[in-house]
Write a protein that binds this ligand. Structure first.
Ligand code: DGL
Length: 266
């Protein structure tokens, strides 16, 4: 338990996707100091191998924790969590909260029994996802598609650039082809980037198709783990990127709207 009220919560993602977790966290813990770390030098994770992702995430989080002494770290990224959560927990001496595809709530919500799961290539092939499916979605159809284009689309959208509707249509069409005569009524957004495209996804899939992600659950879990701790921010939250600072160009508005200071290099 942290006795330093200015000790931050470290939120980590490959890019801006974890901001969807940040937004949820702000609602439940408005005063907690946060350092958001985006591994832009490593983005995208979804097309990397398990070994590359595990080594990178564990190494970076170890260095970041040493530098910033956070009270808790959250891997706000499904790809990194489903592969490296255990390893990161072995490396860090603080609580580590992961992000896992929201299969359990989706299975509880579906009426048609057909669920679409959209994630990165690396996430959808994980045994971790097989286990969640077996545990929570037995008897349902869980159709998985990889959508690396949506990661780039979300990154672009937060930098004020337009989203190519063909990218969203492609995800819709691939899932519809897999579903055949069955009707998908629930979509698991198994990548933290994808809730940033909620409007575009609703336009393609229809408002009646529910989009489920883990952000609120993760925020509640963090709040629960930090219950009773004091918080005293010493300035605005920090947004830190790996690689050249130019990678954060265009994000100024999105960061200012959330109360971050200017982007910093790791
Ligand atoms: N935001 C990450 C996730 O939740 C992945 C994006 C990437 O491919 O780096 O899976």
């Amino acid at each position: 338990m942290s006795d330093n009220p200015s000790s931050p919560i470290l939120l980590f993602d490959s890019g801006v996707g974890g901001l969807t977790v940040y937004d949820a966290l702000r609602k439940v813990l408005p005063q907690a100091p946060v350092i958001y770390a985006a591994d832009l030098a490593g983005l995208p994770y979804g097309t990397k191998t398990e070994a590359q992702i595990a080594a990178r995430v564990a190494g970076l989080l170890g260095r970041m924790a040493e530098r910033w002494q956070p009270r808790l770290a959250c891997i706000a990224c499904n790809t990194a969590s489903t592969i490296a959560l255990g390893m990161v927990r072995d490396v860090l001496e603080i609580p580590v909260v992961g992000t896992v595809p929201a299969i359990k709530p989706a299975a509880a919500l579906t009426q048609t029994g057909t669920i679409g799961l959209v994630g990165t290539e690396a996430t959808i092939r994980q045994a971790y996802v097989d286990d969640l499916e077996a545990q929570f979605a037995a008897g349902k159809r869980l159709l998985r598609v990889a959508a690396p284009g949506l990661v780039q689309a979300a990154e672009a959208k937060l930098r004020g650039r337009p989203v190519d509707p063909a990218l969203i249509a492609d995800v819709h069409d691939r899932l519809a082809a897999m579903a055949g005569p069955d009707q998908i009524d629930t979509l698991v957004l198994a990548c933290t980037h994808f809730p940033l495209l909620a409007d575009e996804l609703a336009a393609a899939f229809g408002n009646e198709v529910r989009q489920v992600d883990g952000a609120d659950g993760i925020a509640r879990r963090i709040a629960h783990l930090l219950e009773g701790q004091g918080f005293a921010a010493t300035g605005p939250d920090r947004f830190v990127v790996t690689g050249p600072l130019a990678g954060a160009e265009g994000l100024e508005e999105a960061l200012a709207a959330r109360g971050f200071g200017v982007a910093e290099a790791f």
